[in-house]
Design a protein around this ligand. Structure first.
Ligand code: ADP
Ligand code: X2W
Length: 291
């Protein structure tokens, strides 16, 4: 966040310029849906300060965009599992989820992290409503079959029933969605948050999907890749440049593009106000995944 000292170094004309520079972007994006995935690696709950990411999202909403937040919480789940003496295990960035792990996942995603975020929005003067993909049948899921092993209660999104999101947006609420889902028999699943965000962005035909994480974007030999096509993503997956938690992220980007989202970005949520800089200035940050 810009401090008083920093803003005082700008002349009044420079301050006005900063505001005016945003005008065409506000005009372009007002009324449009922007799905923001807030990664567990960049969420720092209870840090004592208002999170700049929360402020940015409130700003987007205030100037007429329709943000939809999908959150992760992988690190917080790991912390709870550690306290319970349960070992966390991943295959290609997806958590192997046995029954006790599913309980921990539901407590952390549907409870702790979701409510921390909703409360933080509330403190910023923004009406947010927390829900999971189980609520209103939002995320219809089925068990994932993975070639490298049994992932247990991990689901893939088969359909998005977006009515609860539209109902909240139409009534002025910011949806804050935890990535859980269920099937028609009522079996509940742990869904990777990037995958959930990609499916939701596709279903909403979002103007943008923005994945916030703890790295500047897709890196190759330590260098940021500014723009990448689906074909280039396939090559980066095949040669092992993209691994671990970045795998579901790029797959979510491709699914969102394929499903009709207009622009897809991966940004560093720890870079102050990366969201505002990406949407409201000419300065592109992070990696743009484009057709
Ligand atoms: N090519 C790559 N570029 C950037 N990050 C990568 C790449 N390959 C693997 N990663 C890993 O992916 C991580 C981001 O995924 P993840 O830890 O799941 O974040 P989040 O919790 O924000 O979803 C990075 O911190 C990095 O360790
Ligand atoms: C199946 C699966 O891996 N689910 C994730 C859901 C949370 C998540 O994706 O959180 P981040 O975005 O912080 O990584 C998990 O259990 O960690």
């Amino acid at each position: 966040m810009m401090t008083m000292t920093q803003t005082e170094t700008l002349t009044p004309a420079e301050k006005a310029h900063v505001l005016l520079e945003a005008l065409p972007y506000i005009q372009k994006f007002a009324g449009k849906i922007v799905v923001i995935k807030y990664g567990g690696s960049s969420i720092e709950p209870d840090s004592g300060e208002i999170d700049p990411v929360i402020l940015d999202i409130i700003w987007l909403k205030q100037v007429g965009l329709y943000p939809v937040v999908v959150h992760g919480g992988g690190k917080a789940i790991n912390r709870l599992l550690e306290r319970l003496g349960h070992q966390a295990q991943f295959i290609d960035g997806l958590r192997v989820t046995d029954e006790p792990t599913l309980e921990a996942v539901e407590m952390v995603l549907g409870g702790l992290v979701n409510q921390q975020l909703v409360a933080a929005f509330h403190a910023g003067g923004c009406k947010a409503v927390g829900l999971t993909g189980v609520d209103g049948g939002l995320l219809a899921a089925q068990k994932i079959t993975h070639e490298k092993g049994d992932l247990g209660r991990v689901g893939e999104v088969m359909a998005v029933h977006a009515e609860p999101i539209h109902a909240l947006l139409q009534n002025g609420f910011l949806p804050v969605i935890a990535p859980l889902g269920c099937d028609e028999q009522g079996a509940r699943y742990n869904i990777n948050a990037d995958s959930a965000a990609g499916a939701i962005a596709a279903a909403l035909g979002a103007e943008k999907l923005i994945l916030l994480t703890d790295v500047p974007g897709i890196l190759q030999a330590g260098e940021l890749i500014n723009q990448v096509t689906p074909e280039e993503v396939d090559a980066l997956l095949a040669d092992g440049t993209i691994q671990g938690g970045m795998v579901p992220k790029v797959e979510a980007c491709l699914a969102a593009l394929h499903g009709g989202a207009q622009q897809v970005h991966i940004l560093n949520g720890k870079e102050p106000h990366a969201l505002l800089l990406e949407i409201f200035t000419e300065r592109g940050v992070g990696t743009l995944v484009h057709r």
